[in-house]
Design a protein around this ligand. Structure first.
Ligand code: PLP
Length: 375
């Protein structure tokens, strides 16, 4: 740090997010700031909404980026859709399912938990049993890709269960959007939220969300007020509703952040969604090959793995934190630590968005090989 000017080091980001941000996105962020009601900016907002629909694979009119990180998208879904005392069935197989429980309790909902081991996908049979036991469940909530462990759950089957038992689904797609298949309309998902700093490779700070017409109807029919002013979608829509030509002020949008998001979504469309999903899978397979040669083990069973978040068991002879510090210092490479009960037990290696590249896989395998040799 010189004279209060900050020069960040140029790292390779292979943790649980943020991922590497391409130069094109960084350049977009540096474009001149416009007023958030400038006609040119409003054009850009329409464009972002179109690209978000194309990324979520939905026609949902209510699709927009919340002006805050993924946690705000999560909270927006729950505060808008859950009324006090309603039953919310929450699938818990890692940290982010526990956050859902915390939010539901704070807003006066009744959280019913379906727990699976950390490191395993959500078991749809257990979910169906719980839905049979609680036929008055209003919402089924689950994390598509649990970033705390790297387990990928079957959002299609869980979405079908929500439909079958006549409840709405809330889906955490923070780590999955752009990295693995996610079909909001075809899988009949109702409220889906994501984050910009994972497989979209934009900086952190925005949370794309999409709500089905069924979810919008529920919000319209609410009997109790929405507990958050900032996240009240009826108010946010005064600014983001692209049906009206009269966008009005709700809050000052993060203008430059939205330039970055537009560029990141454009890059994803240029590559093609399906191509991006298969690149993540290919890079995961390559990493797996390299790490297995080093006798490193994955925490999650092979058929339940999230390609973009690889939880690797730390060998007993190594100190997890020392290795992370070493690869950061020597290779300028960030890998993630274990969260909560997994702290010190696993490393979380992200292959998200632009970070899912052959160069990154090579660098990471070399850095870990060197760390193992030093032990
Ligand atoms: N949900 C999942 C699955 C996540 O991985 C994260 C962040 O890592 C969040 C929610 C919260 O997102 P944010 O940290 O952007 O608030």
């Amino acid at each position: 740090m010189k004279q209060n000017i900050f020069y960040p080091p140029s790292r390779t980001l292979m943790g649980p997010g943020p991922s590497d941000v391409p130069a094109r996105v960084l350049q977009a962020l540096a474009k001149p700031t416009l007023g958030h009601l400038d006609p040119c900016f409003i054009e850009l907002m329409n464009h972002i909404q179109k690209l978000l629909r194309a990324t979520f694979l939905t026609k949902n009119p209510l699709t927009l980026p919340i002006s805050a990180p993924g946690s705000a998208g999560m909270e927006a879904c729950f505060v808008n859709l859950v009324e006090p005392k309603e039953k919310v069935l929450i699938c818990q197989n890692g940290v982010f399912g526990t956050r859902m429980e915390e939010i539901v309790k704070r807003i006066g909902g009744q959280a019913i938990l379906v727990k699976d081991d950390w490191g395993r996908a959500v078991d749809p049979e257990k979910v169906e049993d719980a839905l049979k036991t609680h036929p008055d469940t209003a919402i089924l909530a689950f994390v598509h890709g649990e970033t705390s462990t790297g387990a990928l759950s079957d959002a299609k089957i869980l979405g079908q269960l929500a439909q079958k038992y006549d409840c709405l689904s809330i889906v955490d797609a923070v780590t999955t959007l752009g990295g693995v298949e996610l079909q909001v309309d075809d899988w009949s998902l109702d409220a889906v939220y994501s984050g910009t700093q994972k497989c979209l490779s934009a900086p952190p700070g925005l949370s794309p969300v999409t709500f089905s017409p069924r979810a919008v109807e529920k919000i319209k029919q609410r009997k109790s007020p929405i507990l958050s002013w900032f996240l009240d979608l009826k108010l946010i829509l005064q600014y983001w509703d692209d049906d009206s030509n009269k966008r009005t002020y709700h809050h000052t949008a993060p203008v430059n952040g939205l330039y970055g998001l537009l560029e990141a979504l454009t890059i994803l469309q240029e590559e093609g969604l399906e191509q991006a999903w298969s690149r993540h899978k290919r890079m995961h397979n390559l990493l797996k090959k390299r790490l297995e040669k080093l006798d490193l083990q994955f925490m999650v069973p092979e058929n339940e793995r999230l390609p973009q978040l690889n939880s690797i068991v730390v060998p007993e002879k190594l100190n997890a934190e020392q290795v992370r510090a070493y690869v950061l210092e020597k290779f300028n490479l960030e890998i993630g630590a274990g969260l909560g009960p997994m702290a010190g037990k696993i490393w979380r290696i992200g292959l998200m968005g632009a970070s899912a590249s052959i160069n990154n896989v090579s660098l990471c395998a070399t850095a870990l090989e060197e760390s193992l040799n030093m032990a």
